[in-house]
Design a protein around this ligand. Structure first.
Ligand code: NAP
Length: 279
């Protein structure tokens, strides 16, 4: 069982990317860290020396229950939960089968909800912190990422509501909204209808290329890990935090001041999907 003074943190999606950077940095700072991935045995990463990677499939109730119960059985508590597990889908609303859209929402939105539900009983009694990874795409919408954006918008509403429900308990909750980061997310993204001669193939693949280029030139996951370290020590957590390269944070901030249509035009132009009259 962990030393009472060492805080126990569960990081979902810790086999790669943001979760991996965060779990590694927390472990290096003396936290007792458990991370999750779908196939922990297949991953032989140097991070293994820093934290224990346990199996968890976000879309499976039993798998989430087993993973959280394992940590509670070993440590008797979870002081902080960082929900990073997630994946991306690209494709038009029309081309993406509802089966796959539902999977997107199940993994990204309900997946986080499942872990929170499992961790809350202990946290309500002993206190704790919950950090949910949303996305800037959960504030602005992105062409050909409708279901991904919807999963992240859902998390925004979930966290805003949960914060009020937990007001009388010693549990603090925040959402972290990353911009583009260099992680395994880009290669793992599934896409629908973006090749061939379908009605959305050309504009959709242009938008996806912009997105992929931006992710590959995105921020280092260590930036995200630093924010998490700061938030776990902060006295009072705010409702949301953005993290990423300054131009993307600025682009999100100007949404507040630009007229809605102008902002939409700006986004369409950025993603190369703006059709001018006569085209
Ligand atoms: N990278 C970006 O630009 C960016 C921007 C905004 C938000 N985000 C968000 O950041 C979070 C982390 O993404 P990342 O960029 O670090 O991507 P990543 O490198 O692909 O890592 C994703 C993590 O989620 C896990 N995961 C994926 N599907 C899962 C499932 N069905 N059940 C359980 N675990 C699953 C993966 O584990 P296994 O594959 O080993 O199971 C992996 O550990 C995601 O929620 C993503 O939406 C990323």
């Amino acid at each position: 069982m962990a030393d009472r003074r060492r805080r126990v943190v569960l990081v979902t999606g810790a086999s790669s990317g943001l979760g991996n950077a965060c779990a590694t940095q927390l472990a290096k700072r003396g936290y007792v860290v458990y991370g999750t991935g779908r196939a922990p045995d297949e991953k032989s990463r140097k991070a293994d020396e820093f934290f224990e990677l346990i199996r968890m499939e976000s879309s499976d109730d039993d798998s989430v229950h087993t993973a959280v119960s394992y940590v509670l059985a070993k440590e008797d508590r979870i002081d902080a939960l960082v929900c990073c597990a997630g994946m991306g889908l690209a494709g038009s609303v029309e081309d993406t089968p509802i089966f796959d859209a539902a999977k997107q929402l199940d993994v990204n939105f309900l997946g986080a909800a499942r872990v929170v539900r499992e961790a809350l009983p202990g946290m309500r009694a002993a206190g704790g912190r919950i950090l949910i990874v949303g996305s800037m795409a959960g504030r602005i919408g992105v062409p050909f990422q409708a279901y991904y954006a919807a999963s992240k918008f859902a998390l925004e509403g979930f966290v805003a509501s949960l914060r009020m429900e937990l007001n009388r308990f010693p549990v603090q909750v925040s959402i972290i909204e990353p911009g583009d980061f260099r992680t395994g997310f880009t290669a793992a993204r599934e896409s629908f209808g973006l090749s061939g001669d379908g009605p959305y193939a050309e504009s959709g693949s242009r938008a996806l290329a912009v997105m992929e280029e931006s992710e590959m030139a995105g921020a280092d996951p260590v930036l995200f890990a630093r924010l998490v370290l700061k938030l776990l020590d902060k006295k009072r957590l705010g409702a949301r935090y953005t993290v990423g390269l300054p131009p993307q944070r600025a682009a999100l901030a100007i949404k507040r001041i630009l007229p809605r249509r102008l902002y939409e035009l700006m986004l369409m132009s950025y993603f190369k999907v703006l059709v001018r009259k006569g085209e």
